[in-house]
Write a protein that binds this ligand. Structure first.
Ligand SMILES: [Fe+2]
Length: 205
């Protein structure tokens, strides 16, 4: 999915206005075409002088970030993480809000008691993430689900957990429409969560 250097800006899998009225077209356009593009460009700029790194996948670069040349470690963690997280984020949203399937729902109920508890806990993780970052649903090796949050553009790649879904709580994801009301964005975001895509990640996990 993520190929190797030079990394490309993957096309948005739907129209800019496909997530309205919950996420407005201008936010989606700026988020994808400017913020994500900047992460892609800055990652490529950091890697450009190091041909020995040009065959590494994005996941390999992020997992081995502490073995990269010192002067590009931060750039790869921030911009590579930005590319990885945003590709994931844009992929699990869509205009059609499928319901969680039976297997997914069973796993959610086992971990959180009910779908509504899961939703509340994910929202809480999203709202309480101080500053910028993400709230995640992830699975351990046994397929047990847990909710957690990460700062900045950190990923789950070094945790051993498999990401199932994530919500971007950087202000650029919601500020034009929701201003400082992150809880309203988090609540409405469930309307654009595409469970069909989410379940493909759950199956892989
Ligand atoms: Fe973002």
């Amino acid at each position: 999915m993520y190929d190797h250097y030079p990394f490309q800006l993957l096309p948005l899998p739907y129209a800019y206005n496909a997530l309205e009225p919950y996420i407005d077209a201008e936010t989606v356009e700026i988020h994808h075409d400017r913020h994500l593009k900047a992460y892609v460009d800055h990652l490529n700029e950091a890697l450009q002088p190091y041909p020995q790194l040009h065959n590494m996948t994005l996941e390999q670069l992020l997992i081995n970030s502490d073995r990269l040349p010192k002067c590009i470690q931060t750039a790869v963690i921030n911009n590579g993480g930005g590319v990885y997280n945003h590709n994931f984020y844009f992929n699990i949203m869509g205009p059609v809000n499928h319901e969680p399937g039976a297997q997914m729902l069973r796993a959610i109920e086992k971990a959180f008691g009910s779908y509504s508890n899961f939703k509340e806990q994910l929202k809480e993780a999203a709202v309480n993430r101080f500053g910028s970052g993400y709230a995640w649903l992830a699975a351990n090796r046994c397929g047990d689900l847990k909710i957690l949050s990460t700062a900045n553009q950190d990923t789950l790649l070094k945790t051993g957990l498999k990401p199932i879904l994530l919500i971007d709580v950087w202000e650029h994801a919601y500020y034009l429409k929701y201003k400082n009301l992150r809880p309203d964005y988090a609540e409405n975001w469930f309307n654009v969560l595409d469970w069909f895509q989410v379940e493909s990640f759950f199956q892989k996990a």
